[in-house]
Design a protein around this ligand. Structure first.
Ligand SMILES: O=C1O[C@H](COP(=O)(O)O)[C@@H](O)[C@H](O)[C@H]1O
Length: 218
């Protein structure tokens, strides 16, 4: 990560989500190619972003990673992202993660190659410092592939597929949305430039939107 990143701290997770939605709408007003994190944290931001007035038909989106679960499973990132965004007409490049990590990674390689570079990546941060499905000390971190298969992830489900560092580092802007007291230590490590997966992503512009709880402020 470029150091020091731009950091903005908000009173509540809702105000951090509003700021993330505003940034997405500003940066993608004419469309573009963007990565969206999975997980719970960004869902409110996506709901708000989904109401923005922009050239949705020119927007190509891809989840940062996917869990190897059946397509309609509630824990699928693509399903949660699409549900939060609502009925806008855009392109969402879904990982065929139901086919397993290796096959999904193989099939998505060309799609990702054609999407690069990304205009923006909104990423999450796990309590252990993972981002997308790139976990600390996992062999996927050493891969130079654009899309990496992940087995044995320490967070369920253990089988996943993820954009690799080689793809995520081709993002003009990376925004981390980090809220909640459980993320406090991971955020501290991110901001100190410690060797966690999120800090292995190289981008020209890195912004961190956090709430007071994640920052350890009362
Ligand atoms: O498993 C995942 O975890 C991270 C963080 O998720 P959160 O629920 O703590 O916000 C997420 O960024 C990643 O895309 C997801 O698959």
């Amino acid at each position: 990560m470029s150091h020091p990143p731009f950091l903005e701290v908000f009173d509540t997770p809702e105000s951090a989500a509003r700021a993330a939605a505003r940034l997405l709408a500003e940066r993608l007003s004419a469309g573009g190619r963007a990565v969206l994190a999975g997980g719970q944290t960004p869902l409110l931001a996506y709901t708000l972003f989904g109401k923005a007035d922009l050239l949705w038909h020119r927007l190509q989106l891809i989840p940062s990673d996917e869990r190897c679960l059946p397509p309609e499973h509630p824990e699928r990132n693509d399903r949660a992202i699409a549900a939060a965004l609502g009925p806008q007409t855009y392109t969402l490049h879904r990982f065929p993660a139901e086919l397993g990590p290796e096959e999904a990674a193989r099939r998505m390689e060309q799609t990702v190659r054609e999407l690069l570079p990304f205009d923006l990546a909104l990423l999450g941060l796990g309590e252990d410092g993972h981002t997308a499905s790139l976990f600390p000390d996992h062999p996927a971190l050493a891969s130079t592939r654009l899309v990496v298969p992940v087995r044995g992830a320490p967070k369920a489900p253990p089988e996943r597929v993820s954009l690799g560092l080689a793809a995520l580092s081709q993002s003009a802007t990376v925004i981390y949305l980090v809220t909640g007291v459980a993320k406090r230590e991971a955020l501290r490590r991110l901001l100190r430039g410690e060797d966690i997966p999120a800090n292995r992503i190289q981008a020209a512009e890195v912004m961190v939107l956090a709430d007071r709880a994640a920052r350890g402020e009362p």
